[in-house]
Design a protein around this ligand. Structure first.
Ligand SMILES: C[S@@+](CC[C@H](N)C(=O)[O-])C[C@H]1O[C@@H](n2cnc3c(N)ncnc32)[C@H](O)[C@@H]1O
Length: 213
């Protein structure tokens, strides 16, 4: 992967409208998740303390913005590593009942909270596991997603023996510094979340898809 291999795209306004509709269709469960996340956050640190409900809601909306990427649409198994309080895995599991999700974090109490939340929500398609992603064993092809948890090169190296086809990183636009090494094996596509949306929350935010050739 070289910085010169990156192809840049804009996320169209329609994607945001699509996600807003998805939120509307799933608002009861997404609100229950938000309530439970705030409840757990008072007890164990899952997202920053004193973060307003509206900001967490924006993180949920952010999580859902991968819905229209082919790498997401074509995957039936999704592993969210460094999930913390369940972002992005939990909103994705709520809105994609046909897909299977494994939520992973190295911190046992966070995984316990995520398991409780999934139980409260009655989610049948989400499980949670507490170990370092380096220790994972997965035997079928999957998509890995991760939000604000790993540097790109680090996670690619840590999981080089796993059968992922794509990794979607939720990143800042300055992610290119995290990419180096041999280029032949991977392609890199970056999606700017701000250029078309003009929403201040998404300023300098990107979705970065690393694909195995
Ligand atoms: C900044 S938090 C992000 C949480 C969540 N993705 C979000 O956007 O709110 C990073 C998370 O990565 C987890 N983490 C760090 N190293 C890890 C590893 N090797 N394997 C699994 N999880 C890890 C941490 O415990 C932490 O919960």
């Amino acid at each position: 992967m070289k910085q010169s291999d990156i192809t840049y795209h804009d996320v169209p306004r329609e994607t945001f409208l699509y996600v807003d509709e998805l939120i509307d269709q799933n608002k009861e469960q997404l609100n229950t998740y938000l309530d439970r996340l705030l409840w757990w956050n008072k007890r164990i640190n899952l997202v920053s303390r004193d973060v307003p409900r509206e900001t967490i809601f924006e993180h949920i909306r952010h999580s859902l913005l991968i819905h229209r990427l082919p790498a997401y649409q074509n995957s039936s198994l999704i592993v969210d590593t460094g999930t913390g309080g369940g972002l992005p895995g939990m909103p994705l599991a709520i809105t994609s009942p046909e897909k299977e999700f494994i939520l992973n974090d190295i911190v046992t109490k966070k995984v316990m909270a995520v398991k409780q939340m999934a139980r409260t929500l009655g989610l049948k398609n989400a499980s949670a596991v507490d170990f370092s992603i380096e220790k994972a064993t997965i035997n079928r092809e999957f998509l890995m997603v991760t939000k604000h948890a790993f540097k790109i090169n680090d996670l690619v190296q840590m999981t080089s023996g796993l059968p992922w086809q794509n990794i979607i990183f939720y990143k800042g636009m300055n992610f290119a510094d995290e990419i180096s090494g041999p280029s032949e094996e991977f392609s890199v596509n970056a999606y700017d979340l701000y250029k078309e949306s003009r929403e201040s929350f998404y300023k300098n935010k990107a979705l970065v898809v690393i694909s195995r050739s």
